[in-house]
Design a protein around this ligand. Structure first.
Ligand SMILES: [Zn+2]
Length: 390
């Protein structure tokens, strides 16, 4: 039957079919259960490759390798978590073999495509607009925190002899100065049709790692309502929601009530995620799009791909309807994890943008409202932001 078919064919089997492109499969795509894989990386056509085969049009099973990378297969096995219980980039195949900065799956696809004669309709590429996203961990630096937290913070400023911060705090509270994290008007002013903007709001109760203002305050609700009328919004689930899943439902409900929107977008606070539990839980709570797939400690392509894709659950061996939007980089990665200077940051961003352009992928940037405050650690970041969106 395949012999009579005129269109493009990939023969993914051991059996030869007349002049049809053949990839010899390794077992991974035919297995029902997951087991730790022995991976041996080699270089071929300037690409890191694995799952060697003996025959066919490629010396490697590029399909099997792409499946291994995109499903995050390695993250299903016992890992040494970092301080926040996350799979660290340092433990990943991509970082260990120096390909985290490459959207490798696209390059594999190009290799396959170059050996096929595709009809014009199949050569058309989807164009993705860059996606600039903001996590609202702290809607305001000083305002609306309540008497107890404000007094405590002011005492801390005094104990630390941080009189500049104390002065800024008092000036902001007296409405002499604008709150430094109130960068929303600046972001509005930069918005164009050339890129998309999305906001993720935290509506958690106060905890050691969840420091936003009280979600019940009318100023917070006003901010959410205003932003939700202009941009896509989503939930920023609290630090502990990953383990205490009842919190997730509660936080989603709060955001839905105040925004009067169905909440279907989500990004994990601290990018805390565990395969497959986090995504299973999000699906259960009605989330359809997740934006957490990136590393906090390194920039680059965690799933070796730069376009959205459906989450495949390896435990249940099923494709799901949850769409994962892979991250290209996050502001805090450069500043707090890699400790890069602004010039080094600009260079890395430019390299990643080039890679995105080369593979026709989607740039997906994670920022915070405070990143654009031009205060403290974030001096110079408006310039970086303007370079990102240019
Ligand atoms: Zn966060």
């Amino acid at each position: 039957m395949v012999n009579n078919f005129d269109g493009p064919v990939i023969n993914y089997s051991q059996q030869k079919i007349n002049n049809k492109l053949q990839i010899i499969p390794c077992p991974i795509l035919f297995e029902e259960k997951i087991t730790p894989q022995q991976i041996s990386i080699e270089q071929w056509n300037n690409l890191p490759v694995f799952f060697k085969t003996n025959d066919g049009d490629f010396p490697f099973d590029l399909m099997g390798a792409a499946f291994y990378l995109i499903t995050r297969y390695e993250e299903y096995f016992s890992i040494t978590p970092d301080n926040h219980g996350r799979f660290s980039a340092n433990n990943s195949l991509a970082y260990k073999h120096n390909f985290l900065h490459r959207a490798l799956i696209h390059h594999y696809a190009f290799c396959i495509e170059s050996k096929m004669e595709l009809p014009k309709t199949m050569q058309e590429k989807v164009k993705y607009k860059p996606l600039i996203t903001f996590d609202i961990d702290n809607a305001y630096a000083y305002l609306y925190k309540g008497l107890y937290r404000t007094t405590g913070a002011a005492i801390k400023d005094i104990v630390r002899f941080d009189f500049e911060n104390l002065y800024n705090r008092i000036s902001t509270l007296c409405f002499i100065k604008k709150d430094p994290f109130d960068t929303y008007a600046y972001i509005d002013a930069q918005a164009t049709n050339d890129f998309e903007i999305a906001y993720f709001f935290m509506t958690a109760n106060l905890s050691q790692f969840d420091r936003n203002m009280d979600y019940r305050k009318k100023q917070f609700q006003k901010l959410v309502t205003k932003i939700a009328s202009q941009y896509q919004i989503g939930i920023h689930p609290s630090y502990y929601s990953n383990e205490q899943t009842e919190k997730l439902q509660e936080e989603i409900n709060r955001l839905a009530t105040m925004s009067k929107k169905k909440i279907i977008h989500s990004r994990q606070h601290f990018l805390r995620l565990k395969f497959p539990n986090t995504f299973q839980q999000l699906i259960k709570e009605g989330i359809e799009h997740d934006y957490s797939l990136g590393y906090a400690d390194k920039a680059g392509f965690r799933a070796s791909i730069a376009v959205p894709f459906a989450f495949f659950n390896l435990t249940t061996n099923e494709k799901t309807n949850l769409i994962l939007h892979p991250i290209t980089f996050m502001d805090a990665t450069f500043k707090f994890y890699e400790k890069k200077t602004n010039d080094q940051t600009i260079k890395t961003i430019s390299d990643l943008k080039n890679e995105i352009q080369q593979v026709n992928g989607q740039l997906h940037v994670v920022l915070h409202n405070e990143t654009l405050s031009e205060k403290g650690d974030w001096k110079g970041w408006r310039n970086i932001f303007e370079k990102i969106i240019s």
